[in-house]
Design a binder for this molecule. Structure first.
Ligand SMILES: Nc1ncnc2c1ncn2[C@@H]1O[C@H](COP(=O)(O)OP(=O)(O)OP(=O)(O)O)[C@@H](O)[C@H]1O
Ligand SMILES: [Mg+2]
Length: 456
């Protein structure tokens, strides 16, 4: 049940309002001064308040009324406060609105009119509250998924898998092209696991010079080699009770693959130059953007290590295969970036959307994020354009279209689908205009929609 609070120092007015405003849709509360009003307000959080401005101890001025207005809005910014003023107090009314009042109302009171305003205020209050709840739900959804945005079937599968494997200690291998979110997924698994209060230590196996990897991983004893002036712990040891993220595991030299395998089998390490076995309790998550099966076939990756780390494989699809996710991610990043940069933008031009959809995204989500950040910085209208997103002529170069390694037949089909989608996006789903632009008949267009399973 909603609450309506009426604040007025005049007994007669209170009685009149109490009698006139009694309703089945809210309960009525009366207060004769600001302190009484605030007491009720704190307790019941009324959605709507009518507030007389001339209240004791300063009945002749509006000072006390303004104080009440400000205090209540501080407690509950969403409250709808209707200010009641004398007939010739235009200035006060304006001031009240500036301070956040929902509306004002002039004495003498016309009950019918006041009822309408109150109903409108309750209505708005309810709508706002609903949308706040929805926003909270959306926010918590993002939080539950640890910031992993995506609604295509493959990503739903990934999210489900993350939830299933997070709590156990099984090693995970995350595969996917560069920029598809491998590290993000690794962090999600760690933060959903029982090890979330422990560290997550990342090593990029492809970025450390070969002769340093071993000591980087396992540490070294004092004097182990020239320059080893003191004992240094390795990353594996630092990851104790937490998660060790081995990025680009496919780049690990074969001799170190052997040492890593030994560690995974026994969960003990030896620092370089040391003989002591040191037990370490870590969970391994590895990532690769190369095809491990091919690396095994070429003798560059040990099969036994693969069996050890690849028990559960989470594969992240490239962005160009994620159906509607390009748009969803673009909107998600646009929202975030505009908020970060304090530069509000409404969205994309139809042309820009078409380009986002047809582009091949070789750099996947990282590329999308970077393109958007640059475009927002450049933008000078409320809708981002294709040019601002960097889609000039060159966007249609072959590599950008994601056609590498495709047969001509596959490439033709992909291009056909992309062209149809682009034309539909450009003409907002208008089949006649889209077919004209593509130079095909309407029946042909319908055939293509069916062939490519495009819903319009
Ligand atoms: N599904 C997603 N939702 C939201 N943001 C994402 C998603 N996937 C990736 N990102 C963002 O894209 C960027 C690249 O992701 P990440 O670094 O995890 O990719 P990666 O696969 O590890 O790339 P690389 O192979 O280049 O190391 C990050 O800023 C990440 O937050
Ligand atoms: Mg990465």
């Amino acid at each position: 049940m909603e609450h309506l609070l009426i604040v007025d120092d005049n007994e007669d007015v209170l009685t009149q309002l109490k009698w006139g405003l009694t309703s089945e849709s809210y309960t009525l509360h009366l207060a004769a001064n600001v302190d009484e009003a605030l007491a009720v307000f704190r307790k019941l959080h009324p959605g709507v308040v009518t507030l007389d401005l001339g209240l004791p101890p300063h009945v002749e001025s509006s000072e006390e009324g303004f104080r009440g207005l400000v205090e209540m809005l501080k407690l509950e910014p969403s409250a709808k406060i209707i200010v009641v003023t004398g007939n010739d107090e235009r200035e006060n009314a304006l001031q009240a609105i500036k301070l956040g009042a929902f509306d004002f109302f002039r004495k003498p009171i016309d009950l019918d009119e006041l009822r309408v305003i109150i109903r409108r205020a309750f209505h708005l209050h309810a709508i706002e509250r609903e949308s706040v709840v929805q926003q909270d739900e959306a926010a918590s959804e993002v939080k539950d998924n640890c910031g992993i945005v995506g609604s295509c079937a493959a990503m739903r599968g990934v999210l489900g898998l993350i939830d299933k494997v997070a709590a156990s200690d099984v090693p995970i291998l995350i595969s996917g092209e560069s920029g598809t979110g491998k590290e993000l997924v690794a962090r999600a698994i760690h933060s959903k696991s029982l090890r979330k209060h422990g560290p997550m230590i990342c090593i990029n196996c492809g970025a450390i010079p070969e002769n340093l990897i071993e000591s980087e991983l396992f540490g070294h004893e004092k004097g182990a080699f020239t320059g080893a002036a003191s004992m240094v712990r390795g990353k594996v040891e630092y990851a104790g009770d937490g998660t060790l993220f081995l990025d680009e595991i496919g780049e690990l030299p074969v001799n170190l693959q052997v040492k890593l395998l030994r560690f995974l089998q026994e969960m003990v390490i030896q620092r370089v130059g040391g003989r002591k076995d040191i037990p370490v309790n870590v969970r391994i998550i590895a990532a690769t953007n190369i095809d491990i099966a091919a690396a095994i076939a070429h003798g560059r990756f040990r099969e036994d290590l693969y069996y050890r780390i690849g028990v559960v494989n989470i594969h992240l699809p490239p962005l160009r295969e994620r159906e509607d996710d390009v748009r969803i991610l673009a909107e998600y990043f646009l929202e975030r970036i505009t908020r970060d940069l304090g530069k509000p933008l409404a969205g994309f031009t139809p042309d820009a959307l078409a380009c986002l959809n047809t582009y091949g995204w070789p750099g996947n989500i990282r590329e999308l994020e970077n393109k958007l950040r640059r475009a927002v910085l450049l933008a000078d209208s409320t809708l981002l354009t294709a040019e601002e997103l960097g889609f000039g002529e060159s966007a249609f170069a072959l590599n950008g279209l994601g056609l590498a390694d495709k047969t001509l037949k596959e490439a033709r089909a992909m291009l056909e689908k992309k062209m149809v989608l682009a034309a539909l996006a450009k003409y907002e789903g208008n089949i006649v205009k889209a077919s004209e632009a593509l130079g095909i008949s309407r029946p042909t267009m319908y055939d293509l929609l069916k062939k490519h399973e495009i819903e319009n």
